[in-house]
Design a protein around this ligand. Structure first.
Ligand code: HEC
Ligand code: HEC
Ligand code: HEC
Ligand code: HEC
Ligand code: HEC
Length: 664
């Protein structure tokens, strides 16, 4: 059984065991007399001094209360402890256990153990908390998200509805047409999703086929479910208006010079589509019908794009659309041409009705229909003001059908989405003026679909789920013998679960933005794509905060000379652990890569946080059950090497890290 299939199986099993419980802990916050609730993955928190604990509360002093269950896999004796800067208390199964920092021994039942914990924010500076546990079988580690569950309560449902409404209001750009300077933040302030412009409508004639463009304008949701672009027209003249706009938008464009496609490139393109993970976010271009994984269809691409423009788009999807959700893969010209050929040759041929459009009428519509409010950030003038729509109820854009919507745009909102928007509009909207990094990361992980490629909290990725489909595309590639050391398509990708605890903020921000030049896992064909830089640093910060960690760790003193020497020895073959069989150190290649490929230690120093370095080397399988990295310490933390440090792993590994800090 392949590793991917095995983890799929393990996850299914885990899910059948506790199907009635919802993952994560319920947290309720209070500040300045108001309360708010949400679900957190872990019992940890990081709120910088002077910031609000959630977007719906005021900045300043707060309390938080967690409730839920620790689902212990076994009955047994555990140690529980907390690191915090606030006043913290925890009770387990109704008994008080922790009051402030320190480790306490406790018996956990097999299955649910009810937990209630409370914190009062630190009097000065940042408030953080991290709940850890240990047993005789494993060293101290954060209580993992896979065993935390909670019961859903009405206040949680209400709070998550407000969050959904807030996000829809921002992403669907309601304020582009329904403005109010007194109620809303200025662009670029507060919630990052608020006020993002839609794509620049430039060079459309050179990019797209005109008949397609008219169909898109007439009904974007019919082409791309979940698009943020509304349908602007509903009457019998919809097709004509759309044709007028298409004529205007493509006016004066030089006819595209189509180079004939070379069909021989298509199978290589299909291989890349599978191996780079396009297939995790997109349906294949030849797929028809609904998709069990709700991926974005590409069948229409043949009918939409001019070939040269598609090749350019794939290399830089954000060029005309900085807020795009489509990441960039640093494709070479060759790769981009291969993929474009694969998409164009395998796409659908669609009969479209070409109606002659009038560009002059289109120009008027472009302003009056509100296109430029979203697409160029033009100020709203003709639509009802925000204060009016707040009181309007289920009318206009919030109407359930064409009749109640009348002249208003159609965002294809579901009934729950309309209810969420309505609920959000009853608040004072002040939450748009601020944000919380931990929640931002959670929203963007969903919006940008990180879990298309990354497993997280015990759930497998979409990529793993569609492995059968990907395999077919790989099998169509010309047979080639594997050369030792060459990248492979099905090596595991790091799960997202612990990355907020693992990685340094600065490195992670750059990496998510696609701005790190090297590739840590040279043995993977897959590569991490780059996402918009203005979102990347917020995601990285939010992930750090979710694990109760600050953006930047305290500066470390210069490496200690004595430890450096010991560390170098401990890393090597002669009297050491021989880490270098798998890990390269700068220019010095790993001595036996076939053991298991690992990351060059030079990169590790700038990537990995100090605490995680220790935790990983102490017990790698506690973090990644499938890892091939050996375990060097027993549960007491002692290693096979009794010298130096009397065999104490923590100090030995720290010496290795001190040495690595000096390697360039
Ligand atoms: C492209 C501009 C545009 C955008 C974006 C937009 N609306 Fe509208 N909205 C309109 C127009 C036009 C009307 C209809 C005005 C009329 O009937 O005269 C309307 C009407 C409404 C009404 C009814 C107002 C009334 O007094 O009857 C509500 C409620 C509403 N919109 C909510 C929203 C929400 C929520 C969003 C975001 C999801 C949104 N709108 C986004 C243009 C827009
Ligand atoms: C993390 C998810 C994700 C991955 C991975 C991804 N895409 Fe996309 N892609 C999107 C989204 C979302 C859009 C829709 C545009 C937007 O939201 O800005 C899109 C749009 C596109 C479009 C334009 C479709 C149209 O209607 O014009 C093409 C073509 C495309 N992607 C190809 C690819 C290829 C090829 C790959 C792999 C190299 C890939 N995508 C990987 C999310 C993804
Ligand atoms: C509420 C904001 C909004 C309004 C109003 C709006 N659009 Fe859009 N439009 C978008 C967004 C957002 C996208 C990007 C597609 C996506 O997110 O799926 C888009 C995409 C497009 C595209 C494809 C652009 C590309 O290069 O991929 C065209 C063309 C377009 N819109 C034309 C129009 C026209 C014409 C109008 C007026 C009739 C209009 N839009 C009104 C938000 C809007
Ligand atoms: C198309 C698939 C794909 C998508 C989508 C994707 N990733 Fe990745 N990610 C990867 C691959 C492959 C790697 C390993 C790259 C390497 O080591 O060379 C990776 C590595 C990472 C790493 C570094 C982990 C480490 O230990 O080195 C971080 C952080 C990360 N991804 C975060 C994200 C976030 C956040 C998102 C969503 C915004 C995301 N990824 C979306 C494929 C993807
Ligand atoms: C049998 C091969 C092997 C040996 C020997 C080995 N490792 Fe690893 N190591 C790995 C693998 C595999 C990974 C995980 C790679 C990944 O994240 O995809 C890893 C990851 C790491 C990481 C995280 C690096 C990063 O940048 O993400 C550290 C730190 C580490 N190892 C330290 C050590 C130390 C210290 C030793 C010796 C005491 C050692 N390793 C010996 C295989 C090995």
């Amino acid at each position: 059984m392949s590793l991917r299939l095995f983890s799929l199986f393990a996850t299914l099993l885990a899910h059948t065991l506790c199907a009635q419980d919802t993952p994560g802990l319920a947290v309720s916050f209070s500040a300045a007399g108001k309360t708010d609730s949400r679900v957190d993955r872990l019992l940890s928190l990081y709120v910088p001094g002077g910031q609000a604990p959630t977007p719906f509360l005021a900045a300043g002093a707060f309390t938080a209360k967690w409730e839920g269950d620790i689902q212990s896999p076994l009955r047994g004796i555990f140690k529980l402890g907390v690191e915090t800067s606030g006043k913290f208390k925890l009770s387990l199964n109704g008994q008080p256990l922790l009051d402030g920092v320190g480790l306490k021994t406790v018996q956990l039942n097999k299955g649910a153990n009810h937990l209630v914990a409370e914190i009062t924010s630190a009097e000065k500076g940042d408030t953080f908390v991290r709940l850890n546990w240990a047993s005789k079988d494993f060293p101290l580690e954060p209580v993992p998200p896979t065993i935390l569950t909670h019961a859903v309560k009405p206040e949680l449902t209400a709070a998550s509805q407000l969050r959904e409404g807030r996000l829809l209001f921002a992403q669907l750009n309601c304020a582009a047409c329904h403005a109010d300077a007194a109620l809303l933040p200025a662009k670029g302030i507060g919630m990052p999703e608020f006020g993002q412009n839609a794509p620049l409508l430039a060079d459309l004639g050179a990019k797209y086929k005109p008949a397609f463009l008219a169909d898109w304008i007439a009904d974007p949701h019919a082409i791309r479910p979940h698009t943020l672009m509304p349908k602007l027209f509903a009457g019998a003249d919809t097709a004509q208006k759309a044709a007028d706009l298409a004529a205007m938008l493509t006016q004066g464009a030089a006819p595209a010079t189509e180079k004939p496609l070379d069909p021989k490139l298509a199978s290589a393109g299909g291989g890349l589509f599978a191996n780079l993970g396009c297939i995790a976010c997109h349906q294949r271009p030849d797929a028809t019908g609904a998709d069990a994984h709700d991926r974005i269809p590409l069948g229409h691409v043949r009918d939409k794009w001019q070939a040269a423009a598609l090749i350019e788009f794939l290399k830089d999807p954000a060029k005309n659309y900085p807020a795009t959700r489509m990441p960039h893969f640093r494709l070479s010209d060759e790769e981009s041409a291969q993929i474009a050929t694969y998409l164009l040759i395998n796409g659908m041929q669609i009969k479209r009705q070409a109606i002659a459009g009038d560009a002059a009428r289109g120009a008027t519509l472009l302003v009056s229909a509100g296109c430029l409010n979203c697409h160029a950030g033009m100020p709203a003038t003709t639509q009802p003001a925000l204060a009016k729509i707040i009181k309007a109820g289920e009318k206009g854009c919030l109407g359930a059908d064409d009749k109640t919507r009348a002249a208003a745009p159609d965002f294809a909102l579901s009934a729950p989405q309309r209810a969420s928007l309505k609920a959000f509009l009853t608040t004072d909207l002040a939450s748009l003026k601020q944000d919380t990094a931990a929640e931002f990361a959670e929203r963007q992980i969903k919006n940008l679909n990180c879990i298309a490629c990354h497993a997280r909290d015990g759930n497998v990725s979409t990529w793993t789920k569609v492995d059968g489909e990907a395999k077919k595309l790989r099998d169509a590639l010309p047979a080639k013998e594997h050369v030792e050391g060459e990248a492979v398509p099905d090596a595991p990708i790091p799960p997202l679960t612990w990355l907020g605890e693992k990685l340094q903020h600065e490195w992670m921000s750059k990496f998510i933005a696609g701005k790190i030049e090297y590739k840590p896992r040279t043995w993977l064909i897959g590569r991490m794509p780059g996402f918009p830089a203005h979102l990347a640093s917020g995601i990285a910060l939010g992930l750090n905060h979710q694990h109760g960690l600050p953006q930047k760790e305290a500066d470390e003193p210069a490496p200690n000379a004595e430890k450096i020497a010991l560390g170098e020895k401990l890393l090597g073959a002669d009297g050491g652990f021989n880490c270098i069989t798998c890990h390269a150190v700068g220019e010095q290649a790993a001595t036996a890569v076939f053991e298991a490929p690992a990351i060059n230690f030079v990169q590790t120093v700038e990537r990995v946080r100090k605490g995680y370095f220790q935790r990983w080397v102490m017990a790698p399988i506690r973090i990644d059950p499938d890892t091939k990295m050996p375990k060097y310490a027993d549960p007491e933390g002692l290693t096979q090497l009794t010298d130096p440090f009397d065999g104490k792993g923590a100090q030995q590994f720290e010496a290795i890290r001190e040495y690595l800090r000096t390697v360039k």
